[in-house]
Design a protein around this ligand. Structure first.
Ligand SMILES: NC(=O)C1=CN([C@@H]2O[C@H](COP(=O)(O)OP(=O)(O)OC[C@H]3O[C@@H](n4cnc5c(N)ncnc54)[C@H](OP(=O)(O)O)[C@@H]3O)[C@@H](O)[C@H]2O)C=CC1
Ligand SMILES: CC(C)(CO)C(=O)C(=O)O
Length: 317
């Protein structure tokens, strides 16, 4: 199958490079012209503890997309989902399929553009960073599940994508994994207001009540059975923090994509899209802090995490 990957950054680049190396017919599509030019000229380089290779793979900017597309993977940050959806609206073939590999419940935006029956969802926990034009760090190997948006038996098209993608398995409960990621993601959002490494925010005893309360707040909103992954088990939060800390200690991606957007790339995060999925007295406060950092009223520092911990004490008093 011929696959266009819309958004060839950290995750799209990692998946696309590995698929191209495995012989799949992949075209990378990215809005960052310098990144596209570097891939065209030198190939896409994957580095880090997992692998080190350069692969030649076709790369184009969105204006060069063909008129018809059969299979697409959307790997843009969720605030750019609508722009990716607009590219697909009139191009996706009648029997075409779009797979989102984004964090959050972004499928709704794609559904509006191409219809529910042409969407597949996934949960990806691989950690990756764009290091520069044409260079991506793959920090680890982690859980990757592909499935239909609605519960039901695993379909052939979910299996087809899972077979083509690295590390992926098909699931009949992708929403359960995505909600697990919403819980884990909430921990990442809280941790990103500081400059601590992910592992440290999960390890430090003074932040355990915050991480527990936040996780419980998100778990209570999940409309499906939440799945565990990479050490996270929804029924054992204390053990989950220990295991997720150990999992992150083993990864070369020390800080979340959220922290990198705030402090390295100095750009707006996905927080407003995630805030559509989850709300509550603790997460709402995290969102306010992220806005403060985005808008220059704060910087990422441990004092913010201490403030969140004190907020939880007040909310829970
Ligand atoms: N990085 C990670 O470790 C993980 C990320 N995720 C999720 O995966 C998704 C992608 O994240 P990530 O790979 O980190 O993001 P990146 O910013 O690294 O990559 C996204 C790329 O998409 C480009 N882009 C934006 N809009 C368009 C468009 N309309 N058409 C084509 N390209 C476009 C961006 O260009 P420009 O920079 O110019 O905007 C950028 O190069 C997010 O939802 C994230 O939460 C999930 C698991 C792990
Ligand atoms: C922290 C991580 C890698 C967890 O998968 C993530 O989703 C991100 O940085 O966006």
């Amino acid at each position: 199958m011929k696959i266009h990957i819309i958004g060839a950054g950290a995750i799209g680049g990692t998946l696309g490079a590995r698929m191209a190396r495995d012989g799949h017919d992949v075209t990378l599509v990215d809005a960052d012209e310098a990144h596209v030019r570097a891939i065209q000229e030198h190939g896409l380089h994957i580095e880090g503890p997992v692998d080190d290779f350069t692969v030649r793979v076709p790369a184009i900017t969105p204006d060069e997309l063909p008129a018809s597309i059969d299979r697409a993977i959307v790997a843009v940050k969720s605030l750019h989902t609508a722009s990716a959806a607009a590219l697909l609206r009139d191009r996706l073939a009648p029997e075409g399929v779009v797979l989102t590999v984004q964090n959050g419940l972004t499928a709704d935006t794609l559904v509006e553009a191409v219809g529910r029956e042409r969407i597949l969802c996934s949960f990806v926990n691989i950690g990756a960073d764009v290091l520069g034009p044409g260079r991506v760090l793959q920090g680890n190997v982690a859980t990757f599940r592909v499935g239909e948006i609605d519960p039901g038996p695993i379909t052939d098209r979910a299996r087809e994508f899972a077979d083509a993608l690295p590390y992926a398995e098909a699931t009949d409960n992708v929403l359960g994994y995505l909600w697990g990621k919403e819980v884990y993601g909430a921990m990442m959002w809280a941790g990103a207001v500081s400059d601590l490494a992910i592992a440290e925010t999960l390890e430090r005893p003074e932040y355990r009540p915050l991480m527990t309360a936040l996780s419980e707040e998100v778990l209570a909103q999940a409309p499906v059975r939440v799945e565990g992954f990479d050490g996270f088990e929804p029924d054992d939060l204390p053990g989950s923090f220990d295991r997720l800390a150990a999992f992150n200690r083993r990864s070369a991606k020390t800080h979340s994509g959220i922290y990198r957007d705030l402090m390295v790339r100095k750009r707006k995060t996905e927080v407003d899209e995630v805030h559509k999925d989850i709300q509550g007295p603790i997460f709402d406060r995290v969102v306010e802090m992220i806005h403060d950092i985005e808008e220059g009223r704060r910087t990422c520092e441990v004092a913010n995490l201490d403030e969140l911990a004190a907020h939880v004490d007040r909310v829970r008093a």
